[in-house]
Write a protein that binds this ligand. Structure first.
Ligand SMILES: Cc1cc2nc3c(=O)[nH]c(=O)nc-3n(C[C@H](O)[C@H](O)[C@H](O)COP(=O)(O)O)c2cc1C
Length: 218
C-alpha cells in the first residue's frame, strides 16, 4: 500500500488511473481495502442519503458462486437471441464479465432502496408512470457513481488497480441471494481490485479532447 498518497497530486491521480482487468495473486491488506471503502463513504449523495453499502469479498467460494451465476445468465441470454451475430455479441459481454472472480478482492457496491420524496408525492397524486419516469432525475444512481469513482481513484492512489464492472449485473438477483441482501437493495457495480499484473497492462484508452466535450456559454 502506498502510504505516501496524502502527498500525491490530485490531477495526476485522475490522469493516470486506468482500468486494469488482471492482477497479481498478492492479497491487498485489509487496511487498504478499508481505505477504498472509506473513499466511497465520503462521496456526495442526493439529499445526503448515503444509501450505499460496500461489501469487500475476499472469499473465493463466494466469488466463484457469483461468477457461475453470471456464466449461467449469459448462457440463457445466448439461447434467447436468434442470430449468430447476436450470440457473438453476447459472448463479448460475457468475456468482459467473467474475470472478477480472479481478482484478490471484489467489491459489491450496493444501492439501498431509497424513496424519492418528490416522486412519491407525484405518484400519490396520480401521476402516470411515463411522467414519473420523466421527473426521475436518477439522483440515486448518480450518487452511487460518485462513490464508485472515489473508490476507483483511491485504489489507484494507494497503488492498487480496479475495474468498474456492470456487465456482470445480468446476475443481479443472484448476487443479492448469494450476499444475503434485502430484496429491495441492488448490487449496481462489481469493482474488482488487486495489484496490477504489469505483464497484462493495456495502453491508456484514448480520450476525447477537451474541445470535443467542453463548451462555454457566455
Ligand atoms: C459504468 C461502467 C461500467 C463498466 N463495466 C465494465 C464491465 O462490465 N467490464 C469491463 O471489463 N469493463 C467495464 N468498464 C470499464 C470501461 O470499459 C473502461 O472504463 C473504459 O474502457 C475506459 O478505460 P479506462 O477506465 O482505462 O479509462 C466499465 C466502466 C464504467 C464507468
Amino acid at each position: 500500500m502506498n502510504t505516501d498518497y496524502e502527498g500525491c497530486n490530485f490531477f495526476d491521480v485522475i490522469a493516470t488511473r486506468k482500468t486494469i482487468r488482471k492482477y497479481t495473486n498478492e492479497i491487498p491488506p485489509l487496511e487498504a481495502i478499508k481505505k477504498i471503502a472509506d473513499a466511497g463513504r465520503l462521496a456526495p449523495s442526493t439529499t445526503n442519503t448515503q444509501n450505499w453499502e460496500f461489501i469487500a469479498i475476499y472469499d473465493n467460494e463466494t466469488k466463484e458462486k457469483m461468477a457461475k451465476a453470471v456464466n449461467d445468465k449469459y448462457d440463457e441470454l445466448k439461447d434467447f437471441v436468434q442470430s449468430e451475430e447476436d450470440k457473438n455479441k453476447i459472448n463479448g459481454y460475457k468475456y468482459y464479465s467473467m474475470f472478477f472472480n480472479k481478482a484478490p478482492v471484489v467489491f459489491a457496491i450496493v444501492e439501498k432502496k431509497r424513496i424519492s420524496t418528490i416522486l412519491s408525492i407525484l405518484e400519490r397524486n396520480g401521476m402516470t408512470d411515463d411522467l414519473l419516469r420523466y421527473y426521475d432525475n436518477r439522483s440515486s444512481i448518480l450518487s452511487m457513481g460518485a462513490a464508485i469513482e472515489n473508490m476507483s481513484l483511491c485504489a489507484h492512489a494507494i497503488g492498487l488497480s480496479s475495474c468498474w464492472m456492470c456487465a456482470p449485473l445480468v446476475a443481479q438477483k443472484e448476487f443479492g441471494e448469494i450476499l444475503g441482501l434485502n430484496p429491495d437493495d441492488k448490487v449496481v457495480t462489481i469493482l474488482s481490485v488487486g495489484y496490477p499484473d504489469v505483464s497484462a497492462m493495456n495502453q491508456n484508452k484514448p480520450k476525447k479532447t477537451l474541445d470535443e466535450v467542453f463548451r462555454i456559454v457566455l
